[in-house]
Design a protein around this ligand. Sequence first.
Ligand SMILES: *Cc1c(COP(=O)(O)O)cnc(C)c1O
Length: 364
Amino acid sequence: MSPIDMLVNSTIRPDVRAVASYHVADASGFIKLDAMENPYHLPHHLRQVLAQRLADVALNRYPVASYASIKQRINDKLGVPAGYDVILGNGSDELISILCMACAMQDRRAVVVAPTPSFVMYQRSAQFAGMDYVGVPLKADMTLDLPAMLVAIAEHKPALVFLSYPNNPTGNLFAEADIVAIIKALDGFGLAIVDEAYEPFAQQTFMQRLPEFHNLVVMRTVSKLGLAGIRLGYMSAAPQLLAELDKVRPPYNINVLTQVAAEFALDHVEVLNQQAAALRAARADLTAALARMPGVEVFPSAANFILIRVPNSDDVHAKLLSHKVLIKNVSKMHSVLANCLRITVSTPEENSAFLDAFAASLAA
Ligand SMILES: *Cc1c(COP(=O)(O)O)cnc(C)c1O
């Protein structure tokens, strides 16, 4: 063994060495429908103003550690209930990892429970924090298996239960009553994290219900709304809980450029909301068009992506790549997703280019 291999083996944890790194496909030259990005830019005139604001930022200074001005805008504009605050993350990915770090115990293995398939970072963050992860399979129609969730909660007494609402990669909203049952079952020992990354497209939220449940955490991100590049997530919960979680957060985790860009975008949030409305309309059109195609099963979506099942997902995915269209092949993620593909909803032009390539890929 070479000296560097020996060094890696003696320093890096075996479970870290064993995992594959998070794969991101190279999308240059492709119609990119794999990552739930908003295809629209800010209008030109707004970008000019933003450029000036960014040019004026004091890059030599650390961010103002309270992040008061950006939090104020989030609290005012994004429906955080009175008396509640948020903590900010470098994307909600960082918030997931903060939750896990804060709840991983030193004297015993704390547990994370989540339905599966769901967002992969729940499992990854749990593992890296040294927690056990228990995935509870969804039913064949992608709905939540509430009895199985309640059994897992009773058996493992998880510190954290992550519920993606709507769920990625299936696109559906779990029943509100099921989520409430889970929050109540966790009362006294565990937190329910409702991950509302797709709230602009679902228009369903637990944010207003925070005062009802002291073990509820509502997490969101501006990524899917149209600001994936700036990396900003936020979460709200009971103030005492937030204060503890905030101790784990790196003090300057939101950089000054992100802060200024986010404040600017929230001052013009109606622009982003209009884009989300256009994408909801495009989702309806794309869903209808896909449902008309023979051999294609379309799952209902409350997000900005659509899950479908085709006769041969690997074949269709490869043929779409040859048409320079990149979608996500989720068929190997979980047995319930056999032959499933996930398509991000885009502009009418990109959606119709996708549909043409898809029809050709199915037929060939
Ligand atoms: C995309 C996504 C996130 C990650 O959001 P970032 O803020 O970009 O890190 C979190 N949760 C779910 C369910 C997602 O699909």
